[in-house]
Design a protein around this ligand. Sequence first.
Ligand code: ADP
Ligand code: MG
Length: 326
Amino acid sequence: MDEFSLIERIAARTAARADVLLGIGDDCALLAPPPGQVLAVTADTLNAGVHFPAETPAFDIGWKTLAVNLSDLAAMGAQPAWCTLAVSLPHSQAAWLDAFADGLFALADRAGITLVGGDTTRGPLSLSVTAMGWVPAGQALRRDLARAGDEVWVSGVPGEAALALRLWQQGQLDVASVQADADLEAVRLRLLQPAPRNALGLALRGIATAAIDISDGLSADLGHVCRRSGLAAHLQLADLPSSPALQQLAPGEAAWPLQTAGGDDYELCFCAPAAAHAQVLAAAAQAAVPVSCIGRLEAGHGVHWVDGKGAAWHPSRPGYTHFSGV
Ligand code: ADP
Ligand code: MG
């Protein structure tokens, strides 16, 4: 297949919508954001061997390429609208591209985001999405507006994706096939098909003071909120959410480094006034996403954990960073 057949194969999947005045096929897409809304724009790239194991199924690569970008929109409280897709492919295999598109469009259709353009080149496998959404002016969930006294919350169960990655690195998990063991399969899917928390991000507008999505690890990502807001976080390990898979595969304290520093979960970490505690729970119930209150923000700086006895504890590595140690 040549470049244009590849593009045609992807373009055939996109549905028309009123706010896309001109979609795939011209030099630019023409888009019409609703009046009074601010455009939220984000880009994330996945490189083979860096962001996913080389043997990851094409469907999952498609899903995750979009999921990581939808997660950024969720963390801003933005309504997903449009995206572009830049692909660098080492080959032009129709079967691979179709499975990739199956994964990407399965999530796109669920999230209500429409592909409006992109770029297709030959090179090492790399996928890059730019996602756009909107949010009423003044209502975006930024990193720099948390306040002292706010409670710190996290959605879902951070740590499971990192557990899957570790088991894969140890040769105990084949990411490319369905696992017979239910716990192994649960963490495999958490790594390959993260569920971006867009419904929660939207429900938290007007309630949360700040939010971030957990891509590099809870401590590291909450650290960005603390730095940008000029505050310290005081957190309890005992309040971290867990799951049957974590309890089975990383029991007790073995879960702590995964829960506090494991990346790739794409859960939301957010802050809200203590007086809004019940409102947060109602918003989470409306979004059908479990949330846990794990601590508080105070004057100071840094992210501080204590164990069940009140003793200080910190992960040996707070989170993932590209280029560290190279
Ligand atoms: P140009 O020469 O202007 O860069 P291209 O030939 O790269 O245009 O692309 C033709 C059309 O196909 C454009 O509208 C572009 O946005 C779209 N397109 C190219 N690659 C992709 C892709 N991977 N996904 C979605 N749209 C794509
Ligand atoms: Mg181009």
